[in-house]
Every structure is written in C-alpha cells, then in structure tokens.
Ligand binder design. Structure first.
Ligand code: ETK
Ligand code: ZN
Length: 232
C-alpha cells in the first residue's frame, strides 16, 4: 500500500459517508514565528500542534509540518497523478493521530498519520498565501539553512472547498515509507502565478549544490486497493 498512486477517477468509489474536512487553529498570528527549512529534499514548514483536523477523519489529528513536491523548468512535479495527469506541484500537510503521544510514535501505526494533499498549477493570479513561504526561499538556498517566518492563515494554502476529495490508505513517500498514512487528496487545485512557480522550482539547492528539483517519488502500484471519493 505504497504512495504516491495514479488516481483513476473511473475506478474511484463514491462514498457519501466521507464528510467535509474541517480544520481548526489554522489561522496563525504574524507574531507566531514558524521555522522554514531546506532539508535537502524539500522545503519544510514546521507547524504548531494547535492546528488540528476536527472533521472528515474518524479521529483527531494534529499538525506536524507541511512541505512541497515540485518539478523543474522542463516538467511538472506532483507526487499523485489524476488520470495520468501530473500537476506542476503538490503540497502535503502532515498530521499525527493524537491517540499517540507523538508523531514519532504515531508514524508506525496504520492510523497514525493523516496527510492533506493539494495540487498546485500555474494561473494568471499570484497566490498571497503561497507568497508567505515563497518570498523567503532565497534565504534558504542551501541544504540545512532555515529561517523564521511570520505566522499566517495556513488554511489559505489549501482549497476553499474541503468537501471534494479522494481518500485512500497509503504510505509516506520518503524512507522509511511506513504504510501509516490516511491520505486526503483534494479535487480543487491551488493556483500560483508563473513567477511564483519559478521561485519554487529555481530557488533551492540540495547537499551537493545541485538544483533541488523533481523531488517526487515514482508512481506506486495500487494493487487491489480502492480509492474513495467524497463526490460523484
Ligand atoms: N511526502 S512525505 O510526507 O512522505 C515526506 C517526503 F516525501 C519528504 F521528502 C520529506 S523530506 C525527507 C525526510 C526528512 C529529511 C530531513 C528532515 C529534517 O532535516 O528535519 C525531515 C524529513 C518529508 F519530511 C516528508 N514528510 C515526513 C516524512 C518523514 C518522516 C516522518 C515525519 C513527518 C512526515
Ligand atoms: Zn510529501
């Protein structure tokens, strides 16, 4: 049950019991500083546990971090694909199940982690919420560099419509690739300007100073698994 997968919408199962995702505590004041780090694999924003998923999952999950996956100037870089279409980029907001003491404990249990994923595409308008992250990337060009950024409404990084999503049981897409993630992939796509997408794709370098690009894991086989959808 590895991730990422291609979501073949002809084979998803409409599940009316899938409720809208509800977020609480996602709007952070500017005086709350968050650590933004280039860890050589992605850009990672550490999140306070005050952010919680309070609807749509059977249990409560609290935020750990968010990070992005992207391509290069010559191609897209989302991890999941939909009907074989790879999107320009993808955001993952990682949470852990609060019935466990910590995410380190949670991440080894099948119901331990919940990742909210959304696709990013290029469009005519700048996205002011993504700008809160992208405008700092030039300060963390090298692996291991980090910067403190002012808090903002983290919910602005996710679609306005949290009712339309795909749902399946999968895994982390980086080692140790534990099969402990309950994935939610939203149907509505986030729109960034061309300049914003270029900042994401061109700003960061990895450990041997090569451009940090195409940081998406290769497609995994679905086997006999079913992807549920909250909409028809
Ligand atoms: N798509 S994903 O959620 O599987 C994922 C990736 F694909 C990722 F590529 C990453 S980054 C690679 C792992 C890593 C490396 C260094 C540091 C650090 O210096 O703090 C942190 C993490 C990454 F951090 C994550 N998310 C992490 C998975 C790593 C272990 C559990 C921690 C929370 C989720
Ligand atoms: Zn990820």
């Amino acid at each position: 049950m590895q991730s990422p997968i291609n979501i073949d919408t002809a084979k998803t199962i409409f599940s009316p019991q899938l409720r809208p995702i509800q977020l609480s505590g996602y709007s952070l004041p500017a005086n709350e500083k968050l650590k933004l780090r280039n860890n050589g694999h992605t850009v990672l924003l550490e999140l306070p546990e005050s952010l919680a998923i309070t609807g749509g999952y059977a249990q409560q999950y609290r935020a750990v971090q968010l990070h992005l996956h992207w391509g290069s100037p010559s191609g897209p870089g989302s991890e999941h694909t939909v009907n074989g279409h790879r999107f320009a980029a993808e955001i993952h907001v990682v949470h852990y199940n609060t019935k466990y003491d910590s995410f380190k404990e949670a991440m080894v249990h099948p119901d331990g982690l919940a990742v909210l994923g959304a696709f990013l595409e290029v469009g005519p308008r700048e996205n002011p919420y993504y700008q809160e992250i992208l405008e700092h990337l030039y300060k963390i060009q090298r692996e291991g560099e980090e910067v403190l950024v002012p808090g903002f409404n983290i919910a602005g990084l996710l679609p306005a419509n949290l009712k339309l999503y795909f749902h399946y049981n999968g895994s982390l897409t980086t080692p140790p690739c534990y099969q402990t993630v309950k994935w939610t992939v939203f149907n509505q796509t986030m729109v960034l300007s061309h300049d914003q997408m270029s900042m994401l794709v061109m700003s960061l370098r990895n450990d041997d100073s090569k451009p940090l690009q195409n940081n998406y894991r290769m497609m995994q086989d679905l086997h006999r698994r079913r992807v549920l959808s909250s909409f028809q």
